[in-house]
Design a protein around this ligand. Structure first.
Ligand code: ZN
Length: 271
C-alpha cells in the first residue's frame, strides 16, 4: 500500500512521464546503491549529478530503511559468500566511490544517526590528498578522506572499505602490467593499514568491468567481489563467472519515487 501511494503521488507530480520506469516489471536481485559526493556542488562543477545533498541523502536512507531494507557491510557479504549462506531477504548495500572527505563529514554521520551501514571504495594514493585524477576545470579539487577519518569510521563498524585502485586510472587504457599493479598494490596496502581482508573492488569509471581480461586480473589479485558502474540489481546468490555486481547510481536530484523505482526495477529513469 505504502509503495502504491509513493508511486501514485510521484506520478501525479511527474505528469505520468514515461521517462520514469514505473511501467517496467519489477526485478529481483540485490540492490547496491552507488554515491560519490555528499554535499552541495561547487558552482564550477560540471559533474553536478555526482553530488547528493546531505538532506537528500538522509531522506533516501530513511526511505530505504522504512521499506524494510537491512544495510550490509562488505565483511557480512564475504561471510555469507564463504559459508554459502543466504543474505537477509531484504538486503541492500550502500557504496561510495573514490573516498571524499564529505563521505566522513556527512554520509558517515547520517548513516550512524540512522543506524545504517555503508562502504567506501578508496583510491589509495589519494588518501589525505585531493581528487587529482579530475581535471580541475570541470570538477574542482576537493579533499579526500584522511587516515584518521578512515580509522575512526572503521572502528565505529558503520563503514567498511574496498579498493578503487592506487591512482584511479581507466584500466582499459593502461598496459596489463600496470593494471595488475594497481589491483595488487592497492589491496596489499589497504590490508596492511586496515588489518583486515579487502575483498571488494570497484572499477574506476566502471571501465574494465565487462572486459574478461581485466576481470580475470581482479580475481587473480585475490578480490572476491567486483562492482561495476552499470545500472541494475544483481541476482543473488551471485554467479561471479557471469557478471560483476551492478549498481544503482543515485543522482543528486532524486526523490523517493526514484528510490522506489531503483529498488524495485533496478533503475529509475531512462535518461
Ligand atoms: Zn571513481
Amino acid at each position: 500500500m505504502e509503495s502504491l501511494i509513493i508511486i501514485f503521488s510521484g506520478l501525479l507530480g511527474l505528469g505520468l512521464s514515461a521517462r520514469w520506469t514505473w511501467w517496467k516489471q519489477k526485478t529481483a536481485g540485490l540492490p547496491v546503491l552507488v554515491y560519490h559526493k555528499i554535499g552541495h556542488p561547487p558552482k564550477n562543477s560540471k559533474l553536478k549529478s555526482l553530488w547528493v545533498s546531505p538532506e537528500n541523502f538522509r531522506k533516501q536512507m530513511t526511505f530505504l530503511l522504512r521499506q524494510g531494507y537491512q544495510t550490509l557491510v562488505f565483511s557480512e557479504l564475504l561471510k555469507a559468500a564463504k559459508s554459502e549462506s543466504d543474505l537477509p531477504s531484504k538486503s541492500a548495500i550502500v557504496t561510495f566511490d573514490d573516498g571524499y572527505q564529505n563521505n566522513y563529514e556527512h554520509a558517515y554521520k547520517i548513516l550512524k544517526d540512522l543506524n545504517a551501514k555503508g562502504n567506501i571504495f578508496l583510491a589509495y594514493n589519494t588518501i589525505g590528498k585531493i581528487n587529482l585524477w579530475h581535471n580541475p576545470e570541470t570538477e574542482p579539487w576537493i579533499n579526500m578522506l584522511t587516515w584518521e577519518q578512515i580509522f575512526e569510521m572503521k572502528e565505529s563498524k558503520f563503514m567498511e572499505f574496498g579498493s578503487h585502485t592506487m591512482n584511479h586510472p581507466d584500466l582499459t587504457r593502461i598496459p596489463p602490467e600496470q593494471v595488475k599493479w594497481e589491483l595488487i598494490e592497492s589491496k596489499k596496502q589497504l590490508e596492511a593499514k586496515l588489518g583486515c581482508e579487502i575483498a571488494a573492488f570497484a572499477y574506476p569509471y566502471g571501465a574494465g568491468a565487462y572486459t574478461p581480461l581485466i576481470r580475470n586480473m581482479v580475481f587473480n589479485a585475490g578480490y572476491v567481489f567486483d562492482f561495476s558502474f552499470k545500472q541494475g540489481k544483481t541476482p543473488w546468490p551471485w554467479k561471479p563467472e557471469k557478471r560483476p555486481i551492478d549498481r544503482l547510481f543515485i543522482r543528486g536530484d532524486e526523490n523517493n519515487l526514484d528510490m522506489h523505482l531503483h529498488l524495485t526495477r533496478g533503475m529509475s529513469r531512462l535518461v
